[in-house]
Design a binder for this molecule. Structure first.
Ligand code: PNS
Length: 166
């Protein structure tokens, strides 16, 4: 069985993430979306539990996708899935530089682990979770950026943030 691991902080999941996940479901037998910790992102909008719950709801339409959480190293996490491949989306050359470095670090820890890159769909090349968080905090319309199922949750969270931050 061919397994893809789609790791990320998913704070929150965007339509760009979902596009990569959907394409993985056609290439791989099984797709594991793993919510992980990015230590450079220190003040998340959503708790890990909230992110897991949102991703679960959004990917429930795909029978071969499961959702997991790990606060460990990706290269160690991947060992439990025989022959699994990490799949990342690439939006721009700057993404490649970062992801190339991550791949080298992961291979240093787990030499068997391969990473494959899918280029982002043109309409999502500008899209990231941080863009969504920023737009939400300014009350912008998130239609076409995030899955409809989680849009109101993000808007509510952004309203709370505005109340707490003046
Ligand atoms: O969505 P993101 O924030 O770009 O995803 C990055 C993520 C979470 C996949 C990356 O930070 C990660 O792999 N975190 C787990 C810890 C790890 O393995 N770090 C890389 C080697 S130090």
């Amino acid at each position: 069985m061919r397994t893809a691991i789609c790791p990320g902080s998913f704070d929150p999941i965007t339509l760009g993430h979902l596009n990569i996940i959907r394409r993985c479901t056609k290439i791989f037998d099984r797709v594991v979306v793993c919510i992980m910790v990015n230590s450079t992102k220190t003040s998340p909008m959503f708790s890990v539990e909230e992110r897991v719950d949102m991703v679960k709801r959004v990917v429930s339409r795909f029978p071969n996708v499961t959702v997991d959480f790990s606060d460990g190293l990706l290269a160690e996490y991947a060992r439990q899935f025989e022959g699994a491949v990490v799949v990342k989306g690439l939006r721009a050359a700057s993404d490649f530089e970062y992801e190339f470095q991550m791949d080298l670090i992961n291979k240093n820890i787990n030499p068997q682990l391969e990473t494959m890159f899918l280029t982002a769909s043109g309409k999502y090349t500008f899209l990231s979770s941080s863009v969504v968080r920023e737009m939400a905090r300014y009350g912008a319309d998130l239609t076409g950026l995030v899955p409809e199922e989680i849009k109101s949750e993000i808007e509510i969270k952004a309203k709370q943030w505005r109340r707490n931050n003046g």
